[in-house]
Structures are given as structure tokens and as C-alpha cells.
Design a protein around this ligand. Sequence first.
Ligand SMILES: [Zn+2]
Ligand SMILES: [Zn+2]
Length: 371
Amino acid sequence: MGIQNSANLKAVIRPSVEKALSLTIPKTQRAAVAFTHGGKLEIKTSEPVREPGPEDVLVHVVKTGACHTDLHALSGDWELKSKMPLIAGHEGAGYIVKVGEQVTNYKPGDRVGIKWIHDTCGICEFCLSARETVCPNQETSGFTVDGSFQEYAVAKARHVVPLPEGLSYEQAAPILCAGLTVYRGLKETEVKPGQWVVISGAGGGLGHLAVQYAKAMGMRVAAIDAGSKREFCESLGVDAFFDFQSEKNLSQAILDTTHGGAHGALLAVANPEPYKQALGYLRTWGTLVTLGLPKRGSEIPVDIFDTVMRRLTVRGSIVGSRIEAIEALQFAARGEVKVHLEVRPLSQLQEVLESMAKGDIKGRIVLDTSK
Ligand SMILES: [Zn+2]
Ligand SMILES: [Zn+2]
């Protein structure tokens, strides 16, 4: 099977895809390639397009998000280092142009998303028990294999996720990591409809999505952020806003507003400070979920007596499973979650990453691979 037969291909593509679909696969493409950790990216226009293996699909990435993890992959500041040379990126939205010979679940023209998990082993104790996010044998997009900062990316057919009809590539891209991560994180808080969840960093790239998922899931949202983020958070429908810069006693204010503390808290910030406060505003039986990745060695001070007596839970969460990716995308397709984003050309990726490192990015950045 291939893309050569354009008559067959036309029959399977959806009208919304047809306009963007190029019927031939070029030999070379645009890609943002890193050669050393911490070095400058090279925007290549003649990077070879790879052939998909038997279980792979070749995806024409139309739009790709840029995530904080890309910064770490490229700078090499984690103990765990990415491969080099590397094409980073793990929020790729596009459509399939070619499938490997053993692929039966997709065909050319199908709209799909590439996410952080490129592949899992399927046979470890975690894969066997539907906990693939912590499979120790996983391959990751834009880290152990080349990712979505290119026009044509090879992905595993069993791990790409279908994009719902009507959801644009630019709205879909940030859901594939940011949206998925907060959606799973909210489930991990075990907050029920009508109960309070605290979202720290609520006006940020992850936070503004977390607020919208939480509201759509029926939770009452207590947002923490500062300054002008108040207006933004209120426009997203938060039930209460707490300014961590001006609030003298943040924990007490949250305890008062929630009449006894939040049932859960989701912390999506890289600064370790907010993690230290969180147990103070949690309700008895509450759960603190950590999504951010502060520096190695950062600690949450946990009083053991208090944790026992009040039955508190502190829990980490990382990305989400395939079914959760599908669910997360459907919230966006229904219009319940809208990503605040800016589209920039892939050729400007270096500048985008530099702004991200300085914390100058509002919402999410999505890159157009055609420019
Ligand atoms: Zn990510
Ligand atoms: Zn596994």
C-alpha cells in the first residue's frame, strides 16, 4: 500500500484534509535538527524523509506544539540524555501519508497525533496492567527517537492517536502533551464533581488547560497565579482566584473559601515553592498531584503525623495513556477546552525556545512546519 494511487487516496481523505494534502512524498523536507546538547538548532530544508518500518506510519506533521520538555531534551540538563543528533518535538498533529506493511488500523489520509510516548513494550508489568505511562522500556518522541519538529515524522501505528473530526491541527497539537498531562493529572487528584481542586500556575500553558478540563469535569476550581493572570483565569470560569504575590496567608484564604480545604490540588509549576504550601490548604483525605519537574533534589516537606491523621496523598503523574489522549482530544473537539496559542514558523523554533527558557511565552506556541 502506498500513496502513489491518488484516486484511492482521494476516496479515503476527509474534505478538511484534502486541501492540505500533498499527494506525493518528497525525498527531503524541512526539519529542526540539533547536533549537540546546548548547541543551536539547524533548520534544514533538505533533511531526508525516512521510510516507515513495517509497524510504523509516516505522518505529515502540519502543526507541532513546543513543550518545556523539548528545552530539556535539547539542552541536556537532565541526567537522562536524549539521543543526538535529535529532531525534538512531541506534540505533532497531521495526517498519515504512508503506512508500513503490517499496519491495519490506519490508512493514508487519516488525521493523527504524535505524542510523547512513541512506543511501549506491551509486556512489562506496567503495560500488562494498563499503566503504560511508566513502562520502563518505552521509546519517547523527540527524545529517544526523532519527533515532530519536521514535516514528515515516522511514528508507531499502535501509539499515534486519531484526531477527532473538526478539531484543527493547531488546536490538537498542544492537547497531545499539555492537555493530556493535565487531564490525567486531574483524574489523579480523585476530585469528584462539585468538589474543589486547586490549580497552581492556572494562567500558564498547562494551567489554563487544567482549568478548562477541571470545569468540564464538574470540579470547582480555585486558581492560584499572580497579577494580570487573574483576569485571564476569571475569563476561563474559575470559581475563586488567589494571587500568591498579594495574598498574605494563601493557605488560610483557600481553607476559608473552600470551607475546610481543597479536595485535591494540581501543581504544574517548575518552581519548588508552591509545592511546599500545598499540603497546608488540602482538605483531610485530600490528594496533591505533582506534574511539574522542579530541579532534581527539590522536596515537598511532608509532616508524617499530619499525613497519617488526615490521610493525605502526594502523587506524581506523567503524561497519560492512549485512551486518555483520545478522551482529552474529544474535550477540545467539543469546544470545552480551547488552547490559547500563537502560531509561528518552524524556522523560528530557536527563538521560541529561547523565549520559553526565559518564561516569556503566554499560553502555548504552535509551529507551522511549512514555513
Ligand atoms: Zn511535553
Ligand atoms: Zn512496558
